[in-house]
Design a protein around this ligand. Structure first.
Ligand SMILES: *[C@@H]1O[C@H](CO)[C@@H](O)[C@H](O)[C@H]1NC(C)=O
Ligand SMILES: *[C@@H]1O[C@H](CO)[C@@H](O)[C@H](O)[C@H]1NC(C)=O
Ligand SMILES: *[C@@H]1O[C@H](CO)[C@@H](O)[C@H](O)[C@H]1NC(C)=O
Ligand SMILES: *[C@@H]1O[C@H](CO)[C@@H](O)[C@H](O)[C@H]1NC(C)=O
Ligand SMILES: *[C@@H]1O[C@H](CO)[C@@H](O)[C@H](O)[C@H]1NC(C)=O
Length: 385
């Protein structure tokens, strides 16, 4: 019995056939599932490949037809090297763009009549609410300026064909205040502007900036200055030297650490230094993070080390910090009057080519969109345009 039982139990020995009977449909099923899985996997692969190709194409399509090409095949003339890019859209990433932008002639003399241009570089989130004032400022001075706009990547501008801002957007990336991405955007603006060999002076502005003088005055003030207007000073205390990080040495010492306004004007030699920099960039990227606001320190410090003899050490952009706090004052409709600008335009004295002058500022910020109407109203009397 027991044996039987055992046998009976071992009668389970027919189990193997049972197992094999069971295993047959199981393996078919497994194969079936495996096949389905394969097919599904393949499907997902194909779809994702197509998706990425679709997105790549979507990303590239608008740039493909307008690739930056100074000398298309067959036009091997000087003209094609000195002509500004016909379209600001290109498909170079920053590495490629910076490399391309730093091609610089070694011969000082230009073999053609080069009219030095002022590049106005607008660092914005989206729209330029004060555009009509700027349009008035630029009117009649074609050939002496070029305009570049870096806005947030998703922003679709809507300027009419007749606007000076029409199609002046450069390929952009997200940039955040006080972060290295802000300096990246500024370098991107410089590099794009440098692709036009006629650009000699580069002014950084925001959507809240206005011009305080007419174009002729601005042009001559900048072009005839022996120095570029990069704010740069050695500030003792927590908001100056206090933001220095000892790990920045030996590239940057505490004595070399500078602070200055983000809103600068630099000439081509300084712009080249900024775009080509690989020495200071990693140090600032790693060791100057909020509360070290890198856009107030990186360019002033590196240029003070590299080319101090070219710096005026002051900014051309007036900003009102008198109200205190982390942000400067913003002026709106009710602030604008002739008297308001007299204060800005004549209260301070500064050095210009070693002479003390009253004219220290050519631009001012920050102005709200509501200031536009009264600004247009006073511009001819107060600003001379
Ligand atoms: C730009 O593209 C090149 C070549 O694909 C690559 O080596 C480089 O890292 C890229 N640079 C950036 C900033 O993405
Ligand atoms: C673009 O501008 C035109 C004319 O100024 C205006 O009619 C239109 O609504 C604008 N579109 C957008 C999306 O802002
Ligand atoms: C600006 O400061 C640097 C030192 O950082 C100095 O060498 C240069 O002469 C100054 N520029 C002017 C115009 O004084
Ligand atoms: C423009 O100025 C005139 C005269 O100064 C003034 O009467 C008018 O109200 C001003 N308009 C606006 C929109 O500020
Ligand atoms: C520009 O402004 C200056 C004074 O600020 C003035 O002398 C000159 O006539 C103005 N130019 C034009 C074209 O209005």
């Amino acid at each position: 019995m027991q044996a039987r039982l055992v046998n009976g139990e071992s009668g389970m020995e027919p189990a193997p056939p049972v197992r094999s009977i069971l295993s047959k449909p199981l393996s078919y099923r497994l194969l079936y599932f495996f096949l389905i899985f394969m097919v599904l996997g393949l499907g997902v692969c194909i779809v994702s490949l197509n998706m990425s190709r679709y997105f790549r194409i979507r990303h590239i399509v608008p740039t493909e037809s307008s690739r930056y090409n100074p000398c298309s095949e067959g036009t091997n003339s000087l003209e094609c090297w000195i002509r500004p890019p016909s379209n600001l859209v290109h498909n170079m990433n920053d590495t490629e763009l910076f490399w391309r932008a730093t091609f610089a002639p070694r011969i000082k003399y230009y073999p053609y009549k080069r009219v030095p241009k002022l590049a106005f570089m607008f660092l914005t989130r989206g729209p330029l609410p004060l555009a009509p004032l700027w349009e008035k400022f630029f009117k009649g001075h074609e050939g002496l300026y070029s305009i570049y706009i870096h806005s947030l990547p998703g922003y679709q501008p809507n300027y009419s064909r007749s606007s000076v801002f029409y199609q002046r957007q450069i390929p952009s990336q997200v940039s955040e205040w006080g972060e290295m991405s802000m300096c990246d955007a500024e370098r991107r603006l410089l590099a794009n502007a440098m692709l036009d060999y006629s650009n000699e002076f580069f002014v950084l502005l925001s959507e809240a900036c206005i011009p305080l003088r007419n174009f002729t005055t601005v042009y001559h003030y900048i072009a005839e200055s022996q120095y570029s207007f990069m704010g740069s000073y050695d500030e003792k205390g927590p908001y100056g030297r206090g933001r220095y990080h000892p790990n920045m040495a030996p590239e940057v010492t505490l004595q070399q650490w500078r602070k200055g306004s983000q809103w600068f004007e630099v000439n081509r030699a300084l712009a080249l230094r900024i775009v080509q920099d690989t020495t200071y960039y990693p140090k600032f990227k790693e060791f100057c993070k909020p509360a070290c606001y890198v856009d107030e320190h990186y360019f002033p410090t590196m240029l003070s080390i590299e080319m101090p003899h070219l710096l005026a050490n002051r900014s051309l952009t007036w900003t009102d910090w008198s109200r205190g706090g982390p942000h400067p004052a913003t002026f709106g409709k009710n602030d604008i009057s002739e008297g308001f600008f007299e204060k800005i335009l004549s209260r301070r004295m500064c050095f210009y080519n070693h002479h003390l002058v009253f004219q220290c500022y050519l631009f001012a910020r920050k102005f709200a969109p509501s200031a536009l109407e009264p600004l247009l109203n006073v511009s001819s009397k107060v600003f001379g345009f």
